[in-house]
Design a protein. Structure first.
Length: 188
């Protein structure tokens, strides 16, 4: 469950960058407010690693861009917001020629993947989805490994719910990618 500090003062992305890390929490900046979440449990980590491997293999074979893990993105159009999707894909058409040595990419990932845990609050997840789409992401996948489903949020407002026997495809954001939901959320 994400928690907000009581009456948190708003801070800038520059100030956020200077805050020391704490290995017990994952921290993002949303509308100038610190948002912290407990470190994910084992199931979350296994699913994230599997999704990263699948996407990275596809992206590398087809030369489509870059796949990253828990990388911060300073989202344009979202006031003082730095989000770090569990897995992100930046398509070659928007991939900067250099990797920032400090700070974050100042763009939205083409595809953001969020893996939910049972303790996550849906309003927090929905806030992340809205931030990515408002900032220019083409699609956001919300993976629910316990419920064996994937919610696909597309720019323009379309939302699809896929069950374990359905197939998830990358659409225009990730051409040629296709996997059965049960295989995507496989943890063995």
């Amino acid at each position: 469950m994400a928690t907000y500090a009581p009456d948190p003062p708003r801070i800038s992305p520059e100030r956020f960058a200077s805050i020391p890390s704490d290995d017990r929490w994952r921290v993002e900046l949303a509308d100038g407010r610190l948002v912290r979440e407990p470190r994910p449990a084992a199931l979350h980590g296994v699913v994230v690693a599997h999704v990263y491997d699948l996407l990275r293999a596809h992206v590398e074979v087809h030369g489509l861009g870059r796949v990253v893990l828990e990388t911060g993105f300073l989202l344009p159009g979202a006031r003082d917001t730095v989000r770090g999707p569990d897995v992100g894909f930046i398509g070659g058409d928007r991939l900067p020629t250099t990797v920032p040595r400090t700070g974050w990419w100042e763009l939205a990932p083409t595809l953001a993947v969020e893996v939910v845990s049972p303790r996550d609050q849906w309003n927090t997840v929905q806030g992340k989805v809205a931030d990515y789409l408002t900032a220019g992401s083409s699609v956001v996948w919300v993976l629910d490994p316990v419920g064996l489903r994937v919610l696909v949020y597309e720019a323009g407002g379309a939302v699809r719910s896929l069950g374990r026997d359905d197939h998830l495809d990358g659409g225009a954001a990730l051409p040629g990618f296709r996997v059965q939901v049960a295989d995507l959320l496989r943890v063995d």
